[in-house]
Write a protein that binds this ligand. Structure first.
Ligand code: MEZ
Length: 557
């Protein structure tokens, strides 16, 4: 749907200030950055993490007492989808060396490296292979390139600074040190990054970076990386078996407490499948579809935090889930596109963020959490948000400004994904700005794991968004596509080594699920909820609760 007449009138205010803003930008004059103290104040006053009720203590399990988003607590304080007493663990449907849960960038990178280390892999994914947040990532992947003024040292400082210096130093170090190697690996597999005429990768700034180290494939970087990884995995079908539409619903341990497989649920046939494995890699991604605090989301349909539930029930601790990442610029208009990522690359390329009167109110390169808090403040407190006819509020992202700065045709060339999409809605983003507001984007924290991707459970490895610690309390742009490839590869290599050299066969058990159910009961938590959620439910809440009750605790065979 094109802009309504009233919004078109308001866009005139943006146009009225554009040429002066372009001139300022050309002179190198930027809107002032906030001081550290001001940033802190802005976050505590306006960021959703700090609103009353944003956090609730978990009452059971290995991170009991840790206060995180209530939406995640609800999933943790729930019963399993399966009744462990009704599962026949001797009836194995598939047996393999490595079972990977998740078919996004982390899982697929892991599959490739595991296969190269000589093992057989089953990759089980909830929807289709590649239906993942990786596919939806747009703006870029960070890596310090040789022969520039950059180095992993500066990258490290940015990662730690962005994460409020709370990150795990070992995880952050591994991320930045492996980055150049991983970028070269992706290129060697055929990933087509945008390059200059001299053949060098193009690079730009992202929020919170002190060097230009964001590399990209137009505005569809994640899709290009996922295409590359998926093609490669499919070409190795002899060793990598892909099972689609089969989300994991529970991990299986063995008598030694080692991870030894998982129970999958076939979404099409509604059957449960048992997969026995020497090692399991958890790469199930994030949880945007929980719509924390009712926020819209950039995340794909299957991002419901399943891995958190499975890992937690099996005994892994959680970290950094007390912070949630809201991307500053999610689409507000048209409503069909609500929540959709409008890449930070627009701001990196020079687009200003503007209020109702076409005025700047924040530097576009503040770290994400500060940028989002500033947008929320402008709408909520200053009262200079733009309201649509259906009552949605946002601010303008002045994409046409990029044409004034970089020449006509730049928006279409550099942002083909968004240009084409908005064109379908009757909006030409090279001429009209986009209306945006913060949107739930990334799970900053997750399951505790080490730089070797090991966890407290032997045989269980973690990679990608489901893990916590790499980004501390706030991830910077472009470090997620990096995270999934760096740690996906490490998980694949180390799980393969474990499967070959260390894995110990033992009797399979679901005792951890029984224990968890007992703990739920003992702590007086009365609930009909079951988890993992698997898919978000947008139906009427009354209908939903009846369905859940009916489906509770399905029997396997
Ligand atoms: O890393 C991200 O989240 C990213 C690249 C997002 C974006 O703005 O494009």
């Amino acid at each position: 749907m094109p802009y309504t007449e009233d919004l078109k009138q308001l866009i005139k205010r943006v146009e009225a200030t554009r040429s002066a803003r372009v001139e300022r930008k050309k002179r190198g004059e930027e809107y002032p950055m906030l001081s550290l103290k001001e940033r802190e104040e802005r976050l505590t006053k306006y960021h959703p993490d700090f609103v009353k009720g944003a956090r609730k203590e978990i009452r059971i399990g290995p991170s009991k007492g840790y206060a995180i988003s209530p939406e995640i607590v609800d999933l943790l304080e729930a019963k399993s989808r399966i009744n462990p007493d009704r599962v026949d663990l001797s009836r194995i449907d598939h047996e393999t060396d490595i079972l990977i849960l998740g078919g996004g960038g982390a899982g697929t990178s892991a599959a490739l490296r595991a296969q190269e280390n000589g093992v057989k892999v089953i990759l089980a994914t909830k929807l289709r292979h590649g239906d993942a947040n990786t596919m939806m990532a747009e703006g870029g992947i960070q890596a310090a390139s040789k022969g520039t003024k950059d180095s992993p040292y500066y990258h490290y400082l940015d990662v730690m600074g962005g994460g409020h210096f709370k990150n795990s130093p070992e995880l952050a170090r591994t991320l930045v040190m492996d980055a150049p190697k991983v970028l070269a690996w992706l290129e060697s597999l055929g990933c087509m990054f945008t390059k200059s005429e001299d053949g060098r990768l193009q690079s730009m700034h992202g929020g919170g970076t002190c060097r230009k180290r964001m590399h990209y494939a137009a505005d569809i970087t994640g899709a290009e990386i996922m295409r590359t990884l998926r093609d490669e995995a499919r070409n190795r079908a002899e060793d990598i078996t892909v099972l689609e539409f089969v989300p994991a619903v529970e991990l299986i341990l063995n008598e030694y407490g080692h991870c030894a497989g998982a129970i999958l649920y076939n979404l099409e046939t509604e059957e449960y499948l048992l997969v026995k494995a020497k090692a399991v890699i958890m790469a199930t991604g994030g949880s945007g579809r929980l719509h924390i605090q009712d926020f819209m989301t950039t995340n794909h349909y299957g991002a419901t935090g399943d891995g958190l539930v499975l890992g937690y029930r099996a005994g892994l601790k959680l970290n950094f889930l007390h912070t949630v990442q809201y991307h500053p610029t999610g689409a507000v208009f048209p409503e069909q596109a609500e929540g959709l990522l409008i890449t930070e690359k627009f701001r990196g390329a020079g687009a200003n963020v503007l209020n109702l009167d076409g005025e700047q109110f924040v530097n576009e390169r503040e770290p994400r959490d500060v940028e989002s808090a500033s947008l929320i403040r402008e709408c909520a407190e200053v009262g200079k948000g733009v309201t649509t006819r259906t009552g949605k509020v946002g601010v303008w992202l002045d994409s046409p400004m990029i044409e004034s700065l970089k020449g006509a045709g730049t928006v279409e060339k550099e942002f083909p994904g968004k240009f084409i999409l908005f064109k379908r809605y009757g909006i030409d983003i090279s001429k009209e700005p986009m209306l945006v507001y913060p949107t739930l984007h990334y799970q900053n924290g997750g399951l505790e794991f080490t730089a070797d991707c090991e966890t407290a459970i032997p045989g269980l490895y973690v990679a990608g968004e489901v893990g916590g610690g790499v980004h501390g309390e706030n991830r910077l742009m472009g470090n997620s596509l990096l995270d999934i490839t760096v740690f996906g590869r490490i998980a694949g290599e180390n799980a393969a080594q474990y499967a070959v050299n260390k894995a110990k066969a033992g009797t399979l058990t679901l005792d951890h699920v029984r224990r968890y159910h007992r703990e739920l009961e003992a702590s007086g938590i009365k609930t009909d909820r079951i988890s993992p959620m698997l898919l978000p439910d947008y139906s009427n809440p009354d209908v939903r609760s009846r369905q859940l009750t009916a489906r509770y605790q399905g029997t396997i065979r």
